[in-house]
Design a binder for this molecule. Structure first.
Ligand SMILES: [Zn+2]
Ligand SMILES: [Zn+2]
Length: 269
């Protein structure tokens, strides 16, 4: 009720107000309403980057109001490492068997593209990506303002930090991940499980909050945002988890600030 139950969607605004969206889980429905409300009839343009194509990261797109309005324009970026291209998956989730409106019937201009390299530049921002450990493969992102590359937000919504987890894909090593996240202002990272839950879900591609805190301390980030909460977790249980994280940081002598992602939360770089 307090932290929110929508699935993954994060809005990033550059200094000159360009729109970057990270993942299109059910949270993008609420984002769409807010974009339309603030656009005042002007066209909405933006880029949407997909960490991967699991349901909880794509299923909001058919309910994204701006996609149904002519004059709007979105570029949807997928990873070339997906087993099936993002475009195929997005079209399938809007096939007539499961959804009444086809992808091609969307009135906005929707262009699906593949990130060619682990480097990408957009208006007002620079982006790097990294392969993480998650079934079917997934990406992590590092986004910085062009004007100040020393400030950055890292977005790694789904990743199994424990190296004994899923060995199936070409995931980056922990050292490479720590380098990727090093010194970030904000690290948004998978912290789905408790330690006990994790032991029952090895290979599912998610991390325990303890592993996320360890990782944040190793990468010397300023703020860790616990993300991708277990869907059945109550607000009270999340508060408890957060308190345990704070104790853990104190015990390690770390300086990272730990918070838990909540719907509508806004953070400045
Ligand atoms: Zn996933
Ligand atoms: Zn997920």
């Amino acid at each position: 009720m307090r932290y929110g139950g929508n699935t993954t969607c994060v809005e990033v605004r550059t200094d000159d107000d360009q729109l970057v969206i990270l993942d299109a889980g059910t949270g993008i429905r609420e984002l769409g309403r807010s974009l339309v409300a603030h656009a005042g009839g002007r066209p909405i343009r933006g880029e949407v980057f997909f960490s991967h194509a699991h349901w909880d990261h794509i299923q909001g797109l058919p309910f994204f109001t701006p996609a149904f309005q002519a004059g709007n324009q979105f570029t949807l970026w997928g990873s070339p490492s997906l087993e099936r291209s993002l475009e195929v998956v997005l079209r399938q989730q809007m096939s007539p068997v499961v959804f009444p409106v086809a992808f091609d019937q969307l009135s906005a201009r929707m262009e699906v593209r593949e990130l060619a390299h682990h480097q990408h530049s957009g208006p007002g921002y620079e982006m790097q990506t990294i392969n993480v450990r998650h079934p079917g493969s997934a990406l992590g992102f590092r986004v910085s303002p062009t004007s100040d590359p020393s400030r950055s937000v890292i977005f790694i919504p789904d990743n199994e930090l424990d190296r004994d987890g899923d060995r199936a894909d070409a995931a980056s090593s922990r050292d490479a991940l720590v380098d990727f996240a090093r010194g970030a202002s904000i690290l948004i990272h998978d912290a789905m499980y408790t330690g006990a839950e994790y032991m029952d879900h090895r290979g599912w591609g998610h991390s325990s909050y303890r592993d996320a805190v360890d990782f944040a301390i190793a990468a010397e980030v300023e703020t860790l945002v616990l993300f991708h909460h277990e869907p059945d977790r109550s607000d009270a249980a999340l508060d408890e988890m957060l308190a345990l994280c704070h104790t853990m940081v104190e015990e390690r002598g770390g300086s990272v600030r730990v918070i838990a992602a909540a719907e509508g939360m806004e953070l400045a770089l």
